[in-house]
Ligand binder design. Structure first.
Ligand code: CA
Length: 132
């Protein structure tokens, strides 16, 4: 059994300190993490090597998170991948935009890392889950 199909998270975030914190937290829990710093890079990665979940910042260079989300969720090959949108803006309009873009969840920044990891874990299984 390889690593494919389990626990691979693409973190899309242009603020590197946040990206690195999230990466460390998820890796400590056994998830395999790749990073993308802008919307275009995120789409390229998703198409080339689909992850099991995408954690997607909304305010990004090139394509914003809503657009990236839509392009992931409304494509035949990637529509099954859970997408969690992250934003510092807590507006109902943005949440609605997220729902329309097909997002599975919408969480607020700054996020609680423990809650974020629990959220991810409720959707996918870590790569290094102990097998008995
Ligand atoms: Ca951002």
């Amino acid at each position: 059994m390889g690593e494919k199909g389990m626990g691979r998270v693409l973190v899309v975030e242009d603020e590197l300190t946040i990206a690195k914190t999230v990466r460390l937290g998820l890796e400590a829990e056994g998830f395999k993490v790749t990073l993308a710093e802008d919307g275009l890079e995120a789409l390229k990665q998703v198409r080339k090597d689909p992850p099991d979940l995408v954690l997607l910042d909304i305010m990004l260079p090139k394509f914003d998170g809503f657009k990236v989300c839509r392009l992931i969720k409304f494509a035949r090959n990637t529509g099954h991948i859970p997408v969690i949108l992250c934003s510092a803006r807590n507006s109902e309009a943005d949440r609605e935009k997220g729902r329309k873009a097909g997002a599975d969840d919408y969480i607020l920044k700054p996020f609680n890392l423990v809650e974020l990891i629990e959220n991810v874990r409720s959707r996918i299984t870590p790569v290094t889950v102990a097998s008995s």
